[in-house]
Design a protein around this ligand. Sequence first.
Ligand code: THU
Length: 134
Amino acid sequence: MDRDELVRLAFSMLERAYVPYSGFPVGAALLCRDGSVFTGCNVENAAYGSTLCAERVALVKAVSEGHRDDWSVLAVAGKSADYCWPCGACRQMLYEFCPELTVLVARGDGAYLTLPLAELLPHGFGPASLSQGE
Ligand code: THU
């Protein structure tokens, strides 16, 4: 799957988003090196803080299916005029498994930017950081 197709897949997830509170649907699609793709959408909750972001839904689907260390590209899509930037918690969760991940950030008109996760989360705290004090 090429990058344009991955972005289109992320857009297709907008219709699955459960967003009765924010009205702000987000879609995500995570491509692995073997061609596997894991999709996600945001899933909100009446207890607002229990909401799951689209990126983290895709992430946990990948990890729970055994894809933990072969991520390649993540696409994130929203309907806004601005690009759908991943929140801080999602950046952190992505960094845990793939600091070298490429992220495609799309906006409502279909345009998207390509950035390394390291640019979205510079000097990230990851598994290796925990062992540096030993
Ligand atoms: N949201 C995501 O799905 N991903 C992000 O990275 C940013 C925020 C969702 C959470 C909530 O359902 C809605 O967007 C508004 O914050």
